[in-house]
Design a protein around this ligand. Structure first.
Ligand SMILES: *Cc1c(COP(=O)(O)O)cnc(C)c1O
Length: 434
């Protein structure tokens, strides 16, 4: 299957090229040329299938033409060696807990899938020479990508993160690994990290010197596998007899996650409608209300993994619906919450239900509270384990939540990072020296 660019100027690319290059030459995002509809029989018996079984069928629809069946099955089963439960919080609101992966982030699925797919292509080509993955992070992406690629031969990962702006646990998750992972601590904000990565991809001299690719959700191998979650959520809701009039609510930043859910919908997944929950970074919300997309500098909030002022996957969503604002608003609703509202929601939910929300999931839960209609059942993505934001969560809820063993392990390591200014010249000389 070929992949075209959302800017429609670049040549169509093979899956391999789309994964290795990340971004198209015209700076657009790659989109699969076809999105297959899955047969009715699949949805009829989906509740009898496991997460891995479901995911393999979905993966086959996307990647089956380009990856041998046995290899694809192994990639899927290796990637999804963990659970993705749906937990009732109130009578009609369910939490889709996306944080049971190795770094307790939903991004683990895409990161691990991409690492294995890239490795598959490198092996097949018998390529020598390293591929270098550059990734800008405000916290969660860095840990998921670093851990997903850890020890994968032929690939080196550079994680760029804003100094002092990620939680201590998150920082440990990508600065203590060593091996093929280098953490770069940028004296700036997330947008500066993203700008450095983008400039590196566009720099001719650098691209001659080394093979560069991106593991942000602009990469098709990162965001498409996230659709597995939504098929599984539907299956588990159907199993519980709650699959009618389902509303899926996704706390969103770069919009990769919700975009993968919309691809699922296009493949026939019976979700009635979607809600994109935003923090104070309300660019998408404003687009829904006005039809105008106006990027803004990102604002720092409690839900920092959603502090994005120019969500890259907007281009994919826009493209998926031919830029028709009406079509988009008929399927997707939105809400936006400032920090005070997030804290209030966390406290109320904890008091009323005993469920501990993290600041990201809180946006999703509250959006369902505010927008769910009579007769609908809502599922929101709880995108992060609350312990990842322990300091904040404990301060807001007056709790002392337990840190899972897996997170504690990371905190035992020694931090190693390279300090970097936000000037591209410095970053470039550093990469050239490698
Ligand atoms: C990445 C992330 C998000 C936002 O996901 P997008 O795909 O960028 O929209 C939300 N919550 C958490 C905890 C995340 O790590």
């Amino acid at each position: 299957m070929l992949y075209y660019s959302t800017n429609k100027k670049a040549e169509k690319a093979t899956l391999e090229k789309a994964v290795v290059k990340g971004l198209a030459e015209d700076k657009g995002l790659y989109m699969p040329e076809k999105i297959k509809t899955l047969p009715k029989e699949f949805f009829d018996k989906i509740e009898t299938m496991s997460f891995q079984e479901i995911a393999y069928i979905v993966a086959d629809a996307f990647f089956g033409e380009d990856v041998e069946a046995e290899a694809l099955k192994k990639i899927v089963y290796d990637t999804l060696a963990f659970d993705c439960p749906v937990v009732p919080v109130t009578e009609n609101i369910y939490s889709l807990e996306l944080f049971h992966g190795p770094t307790l982030a939903f991004k683990d699925v895409g990161a691990r899938f991409m690492a294995r797919l890239l490795q598959y292509f490198l092996k097949k080509e018998g390529q020598n020479g390293k591929v270098n993955v550059l990734v800008a992070t405000s916290g969660d992406t860095g840990s998921a990508v670093a851990n997903g690629f850890l020890g994968v031969e032929g690939i080196h990962v550079y994680v760029l993160y804003p100094k002092g702006k990620v939680s201590p646990i998150q920082e440990c998750q990508f600065t203590t690994l060593g091996k093929n992972i280098t953490a770069i601590e940028v004296d700036g904000v997330f947008d500066d990290c993203q700008a450095l990565v983008k400039a590196a991809f566009m720099d001719e001299e650098l691209n001659k010197h080394m093979k560069l690719t991106s593991a942000n959700s602009i990469n098709v191998a990162r965001f498409l596998p996230q659709s597995f979650y939504y098929f599984n959520a539907y299956a588990r809701m159907k199993e519980a007899g709650k699959a009618d009039n389902l509303v899926m609510c996704v706390p969103s930043g770069n919009f990769g996650n919700i975009c993968s859910a919309l691809f699922g919908h296009r493949m026939g997944l019976p979700i009635k409608r979607f809600i994109a929950a935003n923090n104070a970074n309300d660019i998408f919300y404003n687009y829904l209300k006005t039809g105008e997309y106006k990027p803004q500098p990102s604002k720092a909030t409690l839900a920092n993994a959603m502090d994005v002022g120019d969500p890259s996957n907007f281009a994919r969503i826009y493209n998926l619906y031919n830029g028709e604002h009406k079509t988009i608003t008929s399927l997707i609703d939105g809400e936006t919450y400032k920090d005070e509202a997030i804290m209030k929601t966390m406290r109320e939910c904890y008091a009323e239900t005993g469920y501990v929300l993290d600041p990201h999931g809180a946006c999703g839960y509250q959006a369902l509270k505010d927008l769910l209609k009579e007769g609908e059942t809502g599922v929101f993505c709880e995108t992060a384990h609350p312990a990842k934001f322990k300091e904040k969560v404990d301060a807001i809820l007056s709790t002392d939540i337990e840190i899972p063993q897996r997170l504690q392990e990371f905190m035992k390591g020694t931090k190693q990072s390279v300090e970097m200014s936000k000037e591209f010249g410095d970053f470039k000389s550093f990469l050239l020296s490698r």
